[in-house]
Design a binder for this molecule. Structure first.
Ligand code: ATP
Ligand code: MG
Ligand code: MG
Ligand code: MG
Length: 575
């Protein structure tokens, strides 16, 4: 340490709010260059490289092949996919001296698709998984928390290329398994959450969220181990449905009856029912609330037509029993912005207890409730399934019901928690292959359009996430798998004997195959102990007064436990 390029700080940096940011700066791991742009100093770089090694090993083990693309990219491929425009202000755009447009890659789907198109042409070439570990650039609106949300950051991104949907599903599952192994090895505490409309059907996209109070993502944990990101379903405010005096519909779900398409036809055939609006395709009517009045009834009933594609309504029964004027388009719910719903189980009892009038057949109803969290801040959209009682963590403000399939799970309390996105796996399908015309020639010489998946891991973010999950008031506490060193030898005194003793023990530890940092500075023992705690190496060996009696002290950084051990054989003992 007398020559290590390291200066620890006693004070927290002024711009730091979260523990990992404070500690990584104070312990001399990273230094800020510009907002969201950081340098890695020796200790930080060691941790980053160790995490990168775990990620690389797991990617190689699952059959991924590493390549590397430039970060400086021409505009054209991103023009082809429209992302040059769509990416908005987050994209770093620049011009070269000739005036040609370039960008700094925020993610590399375009390049990977083109690379495969360039090299492969036969069905025999597929499937293939390619990956890179490379700096990405995003002009984040709020770079925060140091390396947690950088504008330059290290990402592992991989891409799978398959001939069939089943192949894609398999590649996706293999990535999922790989991520579980990776994040387990890194000692992370995390959940896997549904990230899109997958909540009700297949999971086209899932996120790995590290649990952390400082996380920007909110997720909901339900019974049966289910978790989902509610990032996109917190706010907007609930639609102003005047539920007072408006009984909620009883809608019967029968699997063999027509779907939303039938309701589209029905509304189109009866303009007075659809407020003059024409619906052109089934998917334009994804998320509509309609008010219905049974013949002869005075009460209106509320019917919500739900998430894309998978809701079925007994239209035959509706049409048979209703006059056109008795169906009225009430409101279009903005599920387009909230493309997934959270699974939960809230039954009529819970709704009634929260003052929502809810006349339902408990066997067949599913739906949506806008729930205010206990913190009274965010609104969460929850599914309502199948009449089982489920107590939400908060107050139900409004509810919409619709026919739907009961979903698996159990009963329990809906719990909101915070997390940091560390990985994201995504079934892209044929979007990029369509844009670039990526085909393989099949066995019958007919072209087969390739289907893709993309899979990201925030490698540099992981350094901060691990620090976030593993620290105490004295400093960082690295898990062994990623620590910059295995053992920290502190020479607690200035005498030549102690220094020689420390150097010998450090050399012995190295011969045991351990990575050792030796504090041979002239500083006081107090300063050295404080720095050892701050830096966070898992095992600390103190070479002090006891050395004269053939003893050294062993300290476990995580538990704080100290034991005196014999100087002779100390290295073997530690190893
Ligand atoms: P976030 O929701 O945190 O903005 P994202 O969904 O935009 O992340 P992806 O495009 O899915 O990110 O990228 C894959 C991974 O890269 C993320 O899961 C995350 O771990 C990491 N990542 C994304 N943006 C950043 C950033 N600004 N700084 C550090 N890591 C990031
Ligand atoms: Mg982002
Ligand atoms: Mg995200
Ligand atoms: Mg993501």
């Amino acid at each position: 340490m007398s020559s290590l390029f390291l200066r620890t700080l006693r004070e927290d940096p002024a711009d730091a709010e979260v523990p990992s940011h404070k500690l990584l700066v104070r312990a001399g791991y990273v230094r800020r260059v510009a907002p969201g742009v950081y340098s890695w100093l020796p200790l930080g770089l060691k941790v980053l490289r160790r995490i990168e090694a775990v990620v690389r090993e797991e990617m190689d083990a699952m059959g991924g092949q590493e390549i590397q693309f430039p970060a400086l990219l021409p505009r054209e491929p991103y023009e082809t996919t429209n992302r040059w425009t769509e990416y908005g202000p987050n994209l770093f755009r620049l011009k070269d001296r000739k005036g040609s447009d370039y960008l700094l890659g925020p993610t590399h789907e375009e390049l990977f698709t083109l690379a495969v198109k360039g090299e492969y042409s036969s069905y025999k070439d597929f499937p293939v998984v390619l990956y890179q570990i490379q700096n990405k650039y995003r002009d984040e609106e709020r770079p925060r928390a140091g390396i947690l949300r950088g504008r330059e950051f290290l990402m592992k991104d991989s891409y799978s290329f398959d001939l069939t949907d089943e192949g894609l599903a398999e590649s996706y599952q293999r990535h999922r398994d790989t991520y579980v192994r990776m994040f387990d090895r890194l000692g992370l505490n995390y959940v896997i959450v549904a990230a899109t409309s997958g909540a009700m059907g297949g999971s086209a996209s899932e996120e790995f969220l590290a649990e952390s109070a400082t996380g920007e993502d909110t997720f909901v944990r339900g019974p049966g181990g289910y978790a989902a990101n509610v990032e996109a379903v917190t706010t907007p405010a609930p639609p102003q449905i005047p539920l007072e005096g408006l009984p909620v519909a009883q809608v019967h779900h029968t699997p063999d009856t027509p779907t939303i398409a039938a309701l589209v036809d029905f509304l189109n055939a009866h303009p007075e029912s659809s407020a003059g609006r024409t619906f052109t395709a089934a998917d334009t009517l994804k998320n509509v609330l309609v008010k219905i009045r049974q013949p002869g009834a005075t009460d209106w009933e509320l019917l919500g037509v739900g998430v894309p594609g998978d809701r079925e309504v007994d239209m035959k029964r509706l049409e048979a029993s209703l006059e056109p004027a008795q169906v009225e388009l009430l409101e279009e719910a903005d599920f387009a912005r909230n493309p997934f719903l959270v699974k939960g189980y809230i039954g009529p009892g819970a709704l009634a207890a929260n003052g929502v009038r809810f006349l339902v057949d408990p066997r067949i109803v599913s739906g949506t409730a806008w729930v205010t969290g206990a913190d009274k801040a965010d609104h969460h959209v929850v599914d309502l399934v199948c009449g089982r009682d489920f107590t939400p963590d908060g107050t139900i403000e409004a509810a919409e019901v619709r026919a739907g399939d009961p979903s698996p799970g159990g009963e329990g309390v809906l719990e909101a928690a915070r997390g940091i996105e560390i990985g994201h796996i995504f079934q892209l399908g044929r979007k990029y292959a369509d844009a670039f015309g990526l085909d393989a020639l099949g066995p019958d010489s007919k072209p087969v359009r390739i289907t893709m998946g993309s899979y990201g891991v925030g490698v540099s973010r992981l350094v901060a996430v691990i620090a976030e999950q593993s620290h105490d008031e004295h400093g960082l506490v690295w898990p062994r798998a990623v620590a910059p060193y295995d053992v920290h030898v502190v020479v607690a005194g200035k005498s030549a004997e102690l220094l020689a003793g420390g150097e010998e023990i450090a050399a012995e530890l190295e011969r045991q195959g351990l990575d050792v940092i030796l504090d041979d500075r002239k500083a006081s023992p107090g300063v050295k102990f404080a720095d050892a705690e701050l830096v966070g190496v898992p095992t600390i060996v103190v070479v002090g007064r006891g050395l004269a009696d053939g003893k050294v002290e062993l300290k476990d950084r995580a538990s704080g436990e100290r034991t005196e051990i014999a100087r002779d054989g100390a290295a073997e003992h530690v190893a």
